[in-house]
Design a protein around this ligand. Structure first.
Ligand code: SF4
Length: 323
């Protein structure tokens, strides 16, 4: 990491400074500090799951999205050669960095990332260490080995054919790892491991877009010249329909902002061990409708009557104004 990247890290880790910059930025835009401005695409699209949740999570996460916005504008400006230093004095000058970045520039960064991804894909092994101390290694997108202290567990890609599965069972034995099913798997890493195994690999890039009073941070799961790719996992067919509505809106918003024509949405359904794939044109009208609906709930704060089964599994139920 070079000096400028270190400086950006220091800046974004100072929550008070970031909060001051957020207030200053809203003021520059002629908005009150209470106005919701910086939001994320996934949270906005969650409107189709529960409008109240979409609004509440957007409020809770505004500082996070503003931080991402600021960080991307500075680091991309540096990568693109528009700056080589961060001004010593904060406020206006820092907030002005990135004003000249165009979508063409962002596409350039996406191209660089595509080249890096091709290199990474040549290796059949992915590994990482989670914050909780788990060490995870995924081999050939088929076998995950999880080390936690003296425990060594193995989880095999559930979509594999029987004959291929056998090969990885032997590999797990060779590595002295105990094969476990999905439910015995440490919950915190279930989703990440499934993604590492099943989600298709495409390059992607993160950028932010202005719509009405909002700055919307967008980072699809994949972005090629033609398509937006979105991947979800869900428990069963009952939740699938609702998850899909939000995923579809999310992909449409990405396509609308990044100007892509098509979307590919894949949803892995755990109870059925099924991967459903939908390929369709981007529906710009649907993207705009979703954004407008979100704006409406932000302005009116009329929280709709909740669907009880969703509330039962919702982490916000104790502070929700709609229940
Ligand atoms: S508790 Fe129910 S209404 Fe409230 S945010 Fe959660 S799902 Fe939505």
């Amino acid at each position: 990491m070079d000096i400028l990247e270190q400086k950006v890290r220091t800046l974004v880790s100072d929550k008070d400074a970031i909060y001051r910059l957020l207030t200053f930025e809203k003021d520059r835009r002629g908005l009150s500090s209470k106005e919701l401005v910086f939001v994320g695409t996934a949270t906005v699209a969650m409107y189709h799951w529960c409008p109240t949740k979409s609004y509440m999570l957007s409020r809770i996460n505004e500082l996070k999205y503003f931080t991402i916005y600021l960080q991307d504008r500075i680091l991309y400006s540096y990568r693109l050669g528009y700056i080589n230093e961060i001004p010593g004095k904060l406020e206006e000058k820092v907030l002005d960095i990135g004003n000249n970045i165009t979508l063409k520039d962002v596409e350039k960064i996406l191209k660089e990332k595509s080249v890096k991804l091709e290199e990474q894909l040549k290796s059949n092994i992915t590994s990482w260490t989670g914050e909780e101390g788990y060490k995870v290694t995924v081999i050939e997108r088929s076998l995950a080995i999880i080390h936690y202290g003296s425990i060594k567990l193995a989880y095999i890609n559930p979509t594999l054919k029987y004959s291929v599965r056998k090969k990885f069972e032997l590999k797990a034995e060779e590595l002295n790892a105990l094969i476990v099913d999905f439910d015995s798997f440490p919950p915190k890493i279930r989703g990440i491991v499934l993604e590492a195994m099943i989600k298709e690999k495409y390059p992607t890039v993160r950028w932010n877009f202005e719509w009405n009073k909002y700055v919307i941070v967008a980072e699809p799961d994949g972005l090629t010249e033609d398509i937006v790719y979105e991947f979800k996992t869900t428990k069963n067919m009952r939740t699938y329909g609702e998850i899909f509505k939000a995923a579809e809106a999310q992909a449409d918003i990405y396509g609308y902002f990044f100007r892509r024509k098509r979307k590919k949405i894949q949803t892995y359904i755990l109870s059925e061990n099924k991967l459903l794939t939908i390929n369709e044109n981007i529906n710009k009208g649907h993207a705009e409708e979703t954004l407008a609906s979100f704006l409406k709930i932000d302005k009116c704060r009329e929280f709709l009557k909740p669907e009880k089964w969703k509330c039962k599994i919702c982490e916000l139920r104790n502070k929700c104004p709609a229940v």
